[in-house]
Design a protein around this ligand. Sequence first.
Ligand SMILES: Cc1ncc(COP(=O)(O)O)c(C=O)c1O
Length: 437
Amino acid sequence: MVNTPIDSTIVKRKIAESGIKDVGKASIREIKRLIDQIENESGEKFIRMEMGIPGLPPNHFGVEAQIAALQNGVAAIYPDIQGIPIVKNEMARFAKNFLNIEVNPEGCIPTVGSMQGSFASYLLLARIYEKRNTTLFIDPGFPVHKMQHRVLDLKFETFDVYNYRGEALREKLESYFSKGHIHSVIYSNPNNPSWICFTEKELEIIGELATKYDIVVMEDLAYFAMDFRKNYSHPAQAPFQPTVANYTDNYILFISSSKAFSYAGERIGMLLISDVLYNRRFENLLKYYVSDAFGYSMVFGTIYPLSSGTSHSSQYALYGILKAANEGKFNFVDEVKIYGEKAKVMKRLFVENGFNIVYDKDENEPIADGFYFTFSYTGMTGAELLNELVYYGISAISLAITGSDRIEGIRACTSLVNKNQFGDLEFRLKSFHQNHS
Ligand SMILES: Cc1ncc(COP(=O)(O)O)c(C=O)c1O
């Protein structure tokens, strides 16, 4: 019996009691509950990397604006479904300042988290064409987006982009687009779970093909400006957050407030629809909506029945945050840089102790240090590795649930790991390596 940092009898008993058959294949929430219980019983704190939740205090510009709005009585009043005018204007300004794109405030819609923006988009996009019925996922990806497809009973196809970076992406995308059944494509950038970031060349390929095959690109910017290799934090100053919007007019952008602004709790996100798409008409929509106009059907045919807009006070919070960022009073990138600093150290500790970084390059450049990274240990699958790491006080999730083909891979999230745990992490990785090499 090998000696492990966490008492193995406790770990075994808790796994048996949890009813989880295979820790390596458990969902994020199952792992969370199991680790909570092992921590309680053993008194040992884990290096917790399973949950992708923000680990910073909320943005104070948001909190102050929201409190003021509540005190002014907005809680009693239905907000405009399409968003209150001041936040729509600030969203359009934000798009100009930090993405360098022009979007009419009309197409800038606050949603109940970016989660609702994607749900509404999937619903609508599945209905724009009679003969096209499939979304394409450029994976790995955020598992909840696939869950949204399943509950809506929508078709999707996926491929892991690992082997199709750079120019190779063109042929791969065309192999799907040319069949004529794809209406839209979705990816996150920076990517959850792998933290790869598409290069300008790759975004250009996606945009060019979207125009050629008339496919809508949904670009999920949940980790807006968090590729810390470049500084995207100054309003109206290059460099800007890269976006497919520079290469096609067929786009929808999802911008979450959860990570970049540490505002996950208030469930407020941004849905930005290009002017061209907003005003476009699709005959097939008339089967489901009173209008054939895309933007109108999004607001009054989709968001209205889903939630009738989003919370009035949180729209004021978003307004406060965006206004401060637009005026250069709030450097939102500086606030979250700590995730990248932690990733840099954590990746080094993993690599020094025999682990490999799975998604390690953007074309020829090493990937950025940020919110997530992926790792593996030679000779083990991700599921085997996760099972084993629990005994070493380390928790994470398998890449298998993210649409990745890299079955050896694990996703680690840096947000909840405290810098004062790095010593423990190093000790635990060392003892793992000693026991396995
Ligand atoms: C890629 C991606 N998209 C969307 C979301 C959800 O964002 P929100 O909290 O704004 O709904 C997340 C949250 O983890 C994410 O990682």
